[in-house]
Write a protein that binds this ligand. Sequence first.
Ligand code: NDP
Ligand code: MG
Ligand code: MG
Length: 340
Amino acid sequence: MTKVLYNNNIQDEVLKNKKIGIIGYGSQGHAHALNLKESGFDVVVGLRKGKSWDKAVEDGVQVETVAEATKQADLVMVLLPDELQPKIYEESIKPNLEAGNILAFAHGFNIHFSQIVPPANVDVFLVAPKGPGHLVRRTFEEGAGVPALYGIYQDYSGQATELALAYAKGVGAGRAGILETTFQEETETDLFGEQAVLCGGITSLIKAGFETLTEAGYQPEVAYFECLHETKLIVDLLYEGGLETMRDSISDTAKWGDFVSGPRVVNADTKARMKDVLTDIQDGTFAKGWILENQANRPQFNAINARENNHQIETVGRELRELMPFVKKAANKKKDGVPN
Ligand code: NDP
Ligand code: MG
Ligand code: MG
């Protein structure tokens, strides 16, 4: 099994005399900034005036513009939305980076797909918590943490690994486990996971099931419960104990149906198309499409988004969730940001 590092394997002195700039104060940003500060590090947050700025001030952290925070910091962690990073990097971060500084990310996309090309005289690493920002913060406050991946892209100082591990420990990941990766592996697996399984795969599966039932004349409300609502119960069991625990908790009829019908729905053909999706990620086709889509002001993204929000499973779901206050409460915690 791959090596997993914990707090007692990590020396964090190497980061103690450095100022850490956290650029962005959203899902990940607020968690990194507050956890690092409470771990005893010197933190400055870089932002524009707005919602996050007010929140950071309220939380008692030092807040500056992105340019000023970069200037003051030795280590700059970029926690802006991925699609905005290249522009903000060019305008406000790059001109204020000094030789020997450290540039860090929580996701490899912009470095791996060359949207940000760092100077040769800085360290570049990633520390990617494998969990939503609010959980990174909450578990830290509870004395625990969220596991993280770390990877080195550029080791100018010769200390990039030590620095990345010290950073990961500072955000609390050393309490849960830290695994080594590369920018390439983190980027490609993250994109694949969210496209083929976690987001794209699951929403398409749910919709196909819902449509099959409603087209056969069953009530949309019943189809909603069967195909969407109950997924949470199943996913919680998968999370706790894998396929076996989930299958041990359902009836044997459900388990038999799982065995004989699951592979008829998700079959070799589906897997071949997953492979196509992976190829598009690996050869840059997906990245190029998403970068161009953003440059064009997202015409397709917005059109699909509007159409999807009007699907019958959504209109029926909105009505049903109104009648389930316990479900609405969970929804208010929103912007977990996972998968990122
Ligand atoms: P969010 O969208 O939650 O937060 C973005 C932050 O950037 C906000 O504080 C926003 O402030 C600020 N911002 C936006 N535009 C500007 C600007 N022009 N100038 C200054 N600040 C700006 O991002 P996430 O935390 O979701 O993602 C950050 C990074 O972390 C990404 O690389 C993502 O892939 C990665 N990641 C995210 C995870 C997650 O849980 N969400 C998990 C693992 C990695 P404002 O209020 O002013 O808009
Ligand atoms: Mg992810
Ligand atoms: Mg992602």
